[in-house]
Ligand binder design. Sequence first.
Ligand code: DX5
Ligand code: ZN
Length: 217
Amino acid sequence: MGKIAPSILSADIKKLGEDIQMLDQSEADWIHIDIMDGHFVSDITFGSNVVAAAKKITDLPLDVHLMVEEPEKIITKFIEAGATGITVHAETTKHLHRVMQDIKKQGAYPGVVINPGTPVSFIEPVLPIVDLVLVMTVNPGAGGQKFISEMVQKIEQLANYRREHDLDFLIQVDGGINNETIQICHEAGADVFVAGSNIFGAASPEDQIQTLKKLVN
Ligand code: DX5
Ligand code: ZN
């Protein structure tokens, strides 16, 4: 069962509450919330207050993607705000293993994410303790970029590793997901599909979520 996680980065900020309500009524499985700090990536997006507000509108899992330096300083705030899972870039902390442990200890699902330039081998030591691995299929920092097809082999590598080591983390992809790339990632072994501009740029975001979901189920 492939899961669809619309990214509210591409939602209409003037009516963010309505867009979250729409997702809540749609076939979306999770809501993906992109947190950017202006350091690890150049833009700045949402704080934990947005997670807390979303929590009041929907019971869907809130999938928080932290694109921030020193994530250890803010994980507690986001978990208290209602994050279901917290995904941390391997490139942003000197203490990746400890951060994963701390997220779990505080009651959320720990996820690890790698940039297009970071190899899977870099995160191998934490794979036994994470619930999710996110493979960036664009460089982080903005919606609407083109899918980097060389990343597909990372998905295959992770799917093989998971099978060989009898692990059960989910494999998520983020960036440039559309009707075509979602199928490529699904065939390679991905389970959770983040999509922003493809969903919110559609004439009917709800119908587009349904279309994407059908392609991976
Ligand atoms: C990019 C973000 C993505 C973004 C994806 O840094 O992590 O979640 O919203 O946008 P699309 O689907 O438009 O590539
Ligand atoms: Zn994201």
